[in-house]
Design a protein around this ligand. Sequence first.
Ligand code: ZN
Length: 257
Amino acid sequence: MLLDALGGASDGEPASREQVERVHERGYVDALASLDRETWLDGDTIAGPTSFEAALLAAGCAVAAVEAGGFALVRPPGHHALPDRAMGFCLVDNVAVAAGHAQAALGLERIAIVDWDVHHGNGTEAIVRDDDDVLYVSLHQWPFYPGTGGPGTSDDTTLNIPLAAGAGDAQYVAAFSELVEPTVRAFDPDLVLVSAGFDAHEQDPLAHMTVTERGFEELARRSAQLGPRFAAVLEGGYNLATLPRLVEAAIRGFDGA
Ligand SMILES: [Zn+2]
């Protein structure tokens, strides 16, 4: 349904073990690769024999998106995946793999990740927290799953913006103007990566925010203006009836920037 709504899409190649192991521990990657039956990896995350291949394809699409300046429309999402374990529907942290590839293979030194999925991207934050060349910015409902990213958790290269349930376009745009944009511009990134979740939408069943289709278009437009290079990776968004038009709205915003 989502892909039907789009023109100009292309298939991706799976990420390599080397690309994935830049951000995940080898033992964890081995465990994913060897799953031979349906297994609950955490309370929300079921995986089976084909899951590793799907996760590698998603991460590989994120890599391709960085190379081409595109939008990786992938599942499973990635931003809760920790270095050594799966969490919250996420197996491999796609945006972190993309950032690692940009640094190691494309010579892009400073990377800003802007995560507007309604949930805090605790996995991405954990992976990049000690890398001063990666700025992680997240806007998220708080208090809410996964519980991280609350007040007082920012540092020089981490900007967590917890927002109360019910926040909509006005609060998100204000947070961009007052916090996201000045912080990312001061960081002066070579590349901006967006973790584009759509579960802050007013009709999403998993969360309680009120961002509209026009709001996502505006967030996309503003995000794409924050650096000389830009790519995006799909994260959450769980209303399958609205997701295609929200993705289309974001693409309009990215293209219009
Ligand atoms: Zn989410």
